[in-house]
Design a protein around this ligand. Structure first.
Ligand SMILES: Nc1ncnc2c1ncn2[C@@H]1O[C@H](COP(=O)(O)OP(=O)(O)O)[C@@H](O)[C@H]1O
Ligand SMILES: [Mg+2]
Length: 237
């Protein structure tokens, strides 16, 4: 079997002297949408920062398609195929939507340029109508979409989305959910951090639950849905 697109093995992560993650194991196969679920403070964002090279693990390993990336600086991890969308959706506020997309453009790890602005506008029609607008004037939901689109312009092998629905109105949350489902159906491999498991239903294919910096459950999303005990114990439902 081919190596998973992303594999985290026994990762211990510290901020200074305090250990936040304890032996995290996580594997995402090509085409999966994996939900990384857990309460506020469980360690979801820290897991993403570890993968992205911002909070490198002190022990353990992170590999992309079988090649170790842990120990590399964030820009090399990005070049190796990780597309990381952090919690605080960062656009270049003084530039247009289109310029934000162009800034994100780079070939993928094997030189592929699958994503172009034209393709982005097909998948994100809302951005097509706003291409000349100044990004700083977009709504929070529109900026979230723009950040996801800009990250795709880097042709990543896997897209990491850290709580993309957080702080957005319900109608926008639904639009973001529809967008992620579209990307999944196109075959994009996604790791999605969420507190809200309802948001992940119908979007994710698999789920890994973390609590206090440890993996406590990993299976298909359907299996998790049927596991009342895990949901009650580890998720705010
Ligand atoms: N920069 C930091 N320095 C020290 N502790 C941090 C830092 N960032 C997060 N933490 C702590 O790490 C734990 C996990 O946080 P985080 O990964 O942000 O959780 P989640 O994303 O699941 O809400 C929390 O206890 C949080 O207080
Ligand atoms: Mg977080």
């Amino acid at each position: 079997m081919a190596a998973p697109i992303l594999e985290v093995r026994a990762a211990d992560v510290f901020y200074g002297a305090s250990q936040i993650l304890f032996g995290i194991d996580l594997a995402v196969e090509r085409g999966q949408t994996m939900a990384l679920l857990g309460r506020n403070g469980a360690g979801k964002s820290t897991t993403f920062k570890a993968i992205a090279g911002i909070a490198p693990p002190r022990r353990g390993q992170i590999a992309l398609s079988g090649t170790t990336v842990s120990g590399k600086p964030p820009y090399l991890v990005a070049r190796a195929g990780i597309g990381y969308v952090p919690e605080d959706r960062q656009v270049f506020p003084e530039h247009t939507v289109e310029d934000n997309l162009i800034v994100g453009a780079k070939p993928g790890p094997r030189g592929d340029r699958h994503w172009t602005t034209a393709r982005i506008y097909e998948v994100f029609p809302i951005l097509a109508g706003m291409r000349h607008r100044i990004a700083g004037r977009l709504s929070g939901g529109e900026q979230q979409m723009l950040t996801i689109a800009r990250t795709l312009m880097g042709n990543p092998d896997i897209l990491l989305l850290d709580e993309p629905s957080e702080g957005l109105a319900p109608i926008i949350v639904r639009a973001i959910g529809d967008l992620i489902r579209t990307l999944r159906e196109m075959g994009v491999t996604i790791l999605l951090a969420e507190q809200n498991m309802h948001f992940c239903m119908g979007i994710a294919t698999h789920a890994t639950v973390i609590d206090k910096g440890q993996v406590v459950y990993s299976d298909t999303i359907a299996a998790l849905r049927g596991n009342e005990a895990v949901m009650q114990r580890y998720l705010a439902v």
